[in-house]
Design a protein around this ligand. Structure first.
Ligand code: AMP
Length: 283
């Protein structure tokens, strides 16, 4: 495994690999890696000849400066996980390398980037698109792997790739969870022991809501989820929306969508956690 921090050198290596007809797969990350990230890396290693992983805590996608400052950084540990997972190249640029000048690009992806995370984290998806579009032009992967934990991010990246005509297949990967159901997240280490005990409530309530939904309306299901979580001390639902998995249009009645997905954000103390669930109601 090679660790490279500059664009020119990475491009040189990858152009040689491409010349030798190697299929290049790519997993962009912000580090503080856990088994969720590593599941993406395993899929990438299995489906390609060369696996590239980037580690870069991208400042332009943080609308909350405190979140950026406190974002966990564990490079040595990350590198050893990636080596064991069979990664070939780790790209670890610093901010100057990625943004020698401020990125002034403004993307308009319409609805998919404006609802939910787009509404509550203004500028977040613009920053994601800035960094991911740069990384795609540097790595030029055939396939890129993204976790369904960041459900909306996948819809945004797919829209970006179409808009910029980038030749990369976006591969969605399932959410990896702790045994108690909590979706793995780099931010989980910021939970206090008490908060860590409470946090699995989110996944549990989402799961329960799929049964609840069988006999209830969409609005009743939304209320059930919000009330069940909000009544717990230190837990506050920022939003819970049930949307169509492709268009992210709101689902007002179950028959509005073949694949309704419930997307949630919960503050557990100061820590912002996200999760989602498919209702898979076939009509
Ligand atoms: P991040 O480092 O948080 O930007 O995440 C990098 C990639 O890993 C993104 O595509 C995430 O969706 C994905 N990811 C994060 N957590 C999980 C998880 N629990 N299961 C699957 N993928 C995940």
């Amino acid at each position: 495994m090679k660790t490279i921090d500059n664009i020119k050198e990475l491009k040189q290596h990858l152009s040689e690999e491409r010349g030798a007809n190697k299929r290049i797969g790519f997993v962009p990350t912000m580090g503080a890696l856990h088994d969720g990230h590593i599941s993406l890396v395993h899929k990438c290693v299995n489906e390609n000849d060369i696996c590239v992983v980037s580690i870069f805590v991208n400042p332009t996608q943080f609308n909350d400066k405190n979140d950026l400052i406190t974002y966990p950084r564990t490079l040595e540990h990350d590198l050893s996980l990636l080596e064991s997972a069979g990664c070939d190249y780790v790209f670890t640029p610093d901010e100057k390398e990625m943004y020698p000048e401020p990125d002034k690009r403004f993307f308009d992806f319409g609805r998919v980037a404006e609802v939910m995370e787009g509404k509550y984290r203004p500028g977040h998806f613009n920053g994601v698109a800035q960094i991911v579009s740069k990384l795609f032009s540097i790595v030029e992967p055939g396939k890129a792997y993204f976790g369904e934990k960041d459900f909306q991010q996948i819809a945004v990246i797919k829209t970006m790739v179409k808009q910029l005509d980038q030749k990369v297949e976006i591969v969605p990967c399932p959410i990896l969870r702790e045994k108690d159901g909590l979706a793995l997240s780099s931010r989980n280490v910021r939970l206090s022991p008490e908060q860590r005990q409470k946090a699995p409530l989110i996944a549990r309530v989402l799961e329960e809501s799929t049964n609840f939904a069988n006999e209830r309306s969409v609005q009743e299901t939304i209320d059930f989820v919000c009330n069940s979580i909000n009544k717990e001390d230190e837990m506050r639902v920022e939003y819970y929306e049930i949307v169509d998995s492709e268009t992210l249009e709101p689902v007002n009645k179950w028959s509005d969508s073949n694949d309704p997905v419930g997307c949630i954000t919960v503050y557990c103390g100061e820590v912002r956690l996200i999760d989602n669930i498919h209702y898979n109601k076939a009509f």
